[in-house]
Design a protein around this ligand. Structure first.
Ligand code: NAD
Length: 380
């Protein structure tokens, strides 16, 4: 029997340092009877040498050979139109493909009979899917790093400190959005000694916030905006305006604000307005984890750059997992391995679309859109 070959690409985007499989999981794939090819230098951003992949049993090859030999191609970030052209009939591509954002590319992949598996579409509340939950593993890292980054950029201490030179008060930190990244930021900011307050539109998040020793911010304009699958729903125009107004009056008393609010498939909500920034003390720090080309949670924040707005340092940090590429790749690789193990039966890809995990993750198969959400978006 010809064995299935998994190919690990070097992420082509200059801002992406992660790699989708590390040698530990390569060796486990080999043990399960699969072949693995890895693009030369794929692990460099995560400090993994080609020799480590070779030692794990992979063949290290140039990019053209990788696309030629692989049956399954794994990657981290969404692919460009140019990358899409490299794929050939019958291959399977797995990664964070953001199909709703890149519908045109998905359409082309479907037409070329590429099966696509997008781990950002995983049904995350299923307990058997948790080992594959890339969004959670990466958000955990982003939240941790956001708090560390804020502390590094803040010109004062996070903890209260008493020395012979006097007493410094603790930093007051506000975390907006308390999903996986927000909770991780709360935990880290608390461990660094800050006094932490947090807010989310899902009322059920209050207990999680309080269990981490943070205060839940009471807003008079709060609406319960839980959506489906544990996510928030988008606020209406009126709700959004009321939330922005009230938050603007409250944000000024914080030294550090970390925003993590997202709504699946929508532009991130604007939570920190220009007025709110103007009300903050000079030297305060704002970290926007939602910053991307689509916008962010903070007015004026720019993806992957730090700017000064009215004396406040605003850090656009939409891809912090890439900054911690070693930890992020290790977690991503474990998630990817769990997914491939789910997908592969006796050495070959077996796609059962009646399975709930596959029904969420598989976007294109047999030349059509098989994921309901993406198929609906395509039909609209
Ligand atoms: P996310 O990245 O989609 O959003 C981050 C947070 O922003 C969410 O908590 C959301 O409620 C909040 N938010 C959205 N709009 C807001 C606004 N206008 N103002 C304030 N906050 C706003 O979320 P996530 O981290 O992917 O997690 C979403 C949910 O999924 C959480 O409830 C999480 O516990 C749940 N989850 C469950 C599982 C599981 O059951 N195994 C796994 C992962 C996540």
């Amino acid at each position: 029997m010809v064995s299935t070959t998994v190919g690990v690409v070097k992420e082509p985007s200059p801002g992406e340092s992660r790699v989708s499989l590390i040698p530990e999981q390569v060796s486990r794939l080999k043990t399960s009877g699969l072949d693995v090819v890895v693009e030369s230098a794929a692990g460099h951003g995560a400090h993994i040498a080609d020799e480590e992949y070779t030692a794990a049993g992979a063949a290290v090859v140039a990019v053209d050979e990788l696309y030629e030999r692989a049956d399954i191609i794994t990657r981290v970030s969404a692919l460009s139109a140019a990358d899409a052209k490299r794929l050939r009939d019958g291959q399977l591509l797995a990664g964070l493909l953001e199909p709703l954002r890149y519908l045109d590319i998905m359409r082309e992949l479907a037409a070329n009979n590429i099966t696509t598996a997008s781990l950002d579409m995983l049904p995350r509340t299923l307990s058997r899917a948790q080992s594959m939950d890339v969004l959670s593993s990466q958000a955990n890292i982003a939240g941790y790093k956001a708090a560390v980054l804020a502390a590094d950029n803040y010109g004062r201490y996070f903890p209260m400190l008493t020395t012979a030179a006097g007493t410094s008060p603790p930093a007051n930190a506000l975390i907006l959005g308390t999903g996986v990244a927000g909770l991780s930021a709360i935990g880290t900011a608390r461990r660094l000694g800050a006094v932490v307050t947090a807010y989310d539109v899902r009322p059920e998040s209050r207990a999680e916030v309080e269990s981490l020793g943070a205060r839940f911010l009471e807003l008079e304009t709060t609406v319960a905006a839980s959506g489906t699958g544990g996510y928030a729903r988008a606020l209406t125009e009126d709700e959004r305006a009321a939330q922005q107004r009230e938050l603007s009056t409250r944000i000024g008393k914080f030294d550090v604000v970390i925003t993590t609010a997202k709504v699946p498939g929508k532009t991130p909500p604007l939570l920190v307005t220009r007025e709110a920034l103007a009300g903050m003390r000079p030297g305060s720090v704002v970290v926007d984890l939602a910053a991307s080309d689509l916008g962010g949670n903070v007015a004026g924040s720019e993806p992957e750059s730090t700017i000064d707005i009215d004396g406040v340092r605003v850090i656009g940090a939409g891809n912090l997992p890439s900054v911690m590429a070693s930890a992020a790749s290790a977690a991503y690789s474990r998630n990817m391995f769990a997914f491939l193990s789910h997908l592969i039966d006796e050495g070959s890809v077996a796609i059962d679309l009646d399975d709930e995990i596959n029904a969420g993750v598989i976007i294109t198969h047999n030349r059509s859109f098989v994921n309901k959400i993406v198929a609906d978006a395509e039909a609209a």
